[in-house]
Design a protein around this ligand. Structure first.
Ligand code: NAD
Ligand code: UD1
Length: 321
C-alpha cells in the first residue's frame, strides 16, 4: 500500500482518480482549495488538506510521507485566464513549480495535468506530441510553462515527471451548470430534462472527447512512466466527433427528440481538434478507449441520479424492504 498526494482531488478528474487509488488499496491525501471542487467529492478515508497549491510551505507538508504526486489542481478554464491573467497564472504555473519544488528532497515522481491547449490551432491532424506548441491563451501558455519547468525539474533536480495533455475530458461529476462547462455536460443536462440545446456555428466543428475513466487509466499508468526526461503524452480518444452528431447521440441516449437552436460560431474558436493517441497507448499500455455512447450513458445516469458526489456514491444503498 502506498500513499499518494492528489492536488485538485475534490475536482472532476481528481475525484475519479482518488476513487481509483482507494479502490486498489492506496492511501490518498488531497490538497484542494475547494474553489471549483467540492467536499462531497472527497473519497471516503482520504485526508483533505484545504489550501492553495501555490502555498509552498503547505505543499511541502502535503508531500511528506508520500510515494508520489498526481498534480491536477488548476483553474481549468480558458475564460478565467482571460479575466484573471495573474490569478490563474499563480494557480496554474506557480502552483506547479511549488509541487515540483516540494518533490525535490525525495526526488518524488510527479504526474501532472497539461492540456491540448498547448497546441493552439493546428493545420495537421491528428495532433502528435511532436507538433509545434502554439498556445492561444494564458491557460495554454501556463500549461506549456508547466512542461518547461518539468524539464528543469528533471535536468537540474533529478525529479521524475510525466505531463499528460488531456483533450476534451467528459464524464460524471463534471459540473453542467458552471459557466465554464464543456459541451457534453451542458447538452446532457439540458437534453435529459427535455430542454433545447444551442449549437454554435454549423455544428460541423469536431472535438476529441475522452472519457474520464480513460484519463484515470493514463494517470495511474503514468506514475510508472515518470522520468527525469520529463516526457509528455496526449490523452485523447483519437476519434473526432462533430457537435451536430453529439447533440443527436445525446438525444438518443436521453430518449428525446433533440431541439437545437443555432447561434453564430464563437469567435476565435478552433474548428477541429483531434489527438493522436498512439504514443500514450504504447508507452502506458492503455487499452481501447471507452466508446462515446458508453461514456454518455454514464453522464446521463449520473444526472438522473441527482448528481451525487463521491461520498453519496460510496454510501451503502438503503436496504430493500
Ligand atoms: P476541476 O475544476 O473540476 O478540478 C480542479 C481542482 O483543483 C478543483 O477541485 C479545485 O478546487 C482545485 N483548485 C483550483 N485551484 C486551486 C488552487 N490554487 N489550490 C488548490 N486547489 C485548487 O477541473 P478538472 O476538469 O478536473 O481539471 C483537472 C486538471 O486537468 C486541471 O489541471 C485542468 O487544467 C486539466 N485539464 C482538464 C481538461 C478537461 O477537459 N476537464 C482538459 C485539459 C486539462
Ligand atoms: C475550450 C474551452 C473554451 C475556450 C476554447 C479555446 C472548455 C469547457 N472550453 O473550448 O473556454 O475558449 O477551448 O480553444 O474548456 N458548443 C456548442 N454549444 C454549447 C457549448 C459548446 O455548440 O452550448 C460547441 C463549441 O462551440 C465548440 C464545441 O462545442 O465547438 C466544444 O466546446 P467546449 O466544450 O466549450 O470545448 P472547446 O471548444 O474545446
Amino acid at each position: 500500500m502506498s500513499t499518494y498526494l492528489v492536488t485538485g482531488g475534490c475536482g472532476f478528474i481528481g475525484s475519479h482518480l482518488c476513487a481509483a487509488l482507494a479502490a486498489r488499496g492506496d492511501r490518498v491525501r488531497v490538497l484542494d482549495d475547494l474553489s471549483t471542487g467540492s467536499p462531497d467529492n472527497l473519497v471516503p478515508g482520504a485526508e483533505l488538506m484545504r489550501g492553495d497549491v501555490a502555498d509552498a510551505a503547505l505543499v511541502r507538508r502535503a508531500m511528506q510521507g508520500v510515494s508520489g504526486c498526481f498534480h491536477l489542481a488548476a483553474i481549468a478554464s480558458v475564460e478565467r485566464g482571460v479575466q484573471d491573467w495573474l490569478g490563474t497564472h499563480r494557480a496554474n504555473l506557480t502552483g506547479t513549480i511549488a509541487v515540483l519544488d516540494a518533490a525535490r528532497p525525495g526526488r518524488l515522481p510527479v504526474v501532472y495535468a497539461s492540456s491540448a491547449a498547448v497546441y493552439g490551432d493546428q493545420a495537421t491532424l491528428p495532433i502528435a506530441e511532436t507538433a509545434p506548441r502554439r498556445p492561444l491563451s494564458a491557460y495554454g501558455a501556463d500549461k506549456l510553462g508547466c512542461e518547461q519547468h518539468a524539464l528543469v525539474a528533471g535536468v537540474v533536480h533529478a525529479i521524475p515527471t510525466l505531463g499528460l495533455r488531456f483533450f476534451n475530458v467528459f464524464g460524471p461529476r463534471q459540473d453542467p451548470r458552471s459557466p465554464y462547462s464543456g459541451v457534453i455536460s451542458i447538452f446532457c443536462d439540458r437534453l435529459s430534462r427535455g430542454e433545447p440545446v444551442t449549437v454554435f456555428g454549423d455544428g460541423e466543428q469536431t472535438r476529441d472527447f475522452v472519457f474520464v475513466a480513460d484519463v484515470v487509466a493514463a494517470l495511474l499508468a503514468g506514475m510508472q512512466a515518470a522520468s527525469t526526461e520529463a516526457p509528455v503524452l496526449n490523452v485523447c480518444s483519437g476519434r473526432p466527433t462533430s457537435v451536430k452528431l453529439l447533440a443527436r447521440t445525446i438525444a438518443e441516449v436521453c430518449g428525446v427528440a433533440p431541439v437545437v437552436n443555432h447561434q453564430p460560431a464563437r469567435s476565435g474558436e478552433i474548428r477541429h481538434s483531434l489527438g493522436d493517441p498512439s504514443r500514450s497507448r504504447a508507452l502506458l499500455g492503455l487499452g481501447e478507449p471507452a466508446g462515446l455512447g458508453e461514456g454518455l450513458q454514464a453522464v446521463v445516469a449520473w444526472l438522473r441520479a441527482g448528481r451525487p458526489g463521491v461520498t453519496a456514491e460510496a454510501r451503502p444503498a438503503a436496504p430493500v424492504r
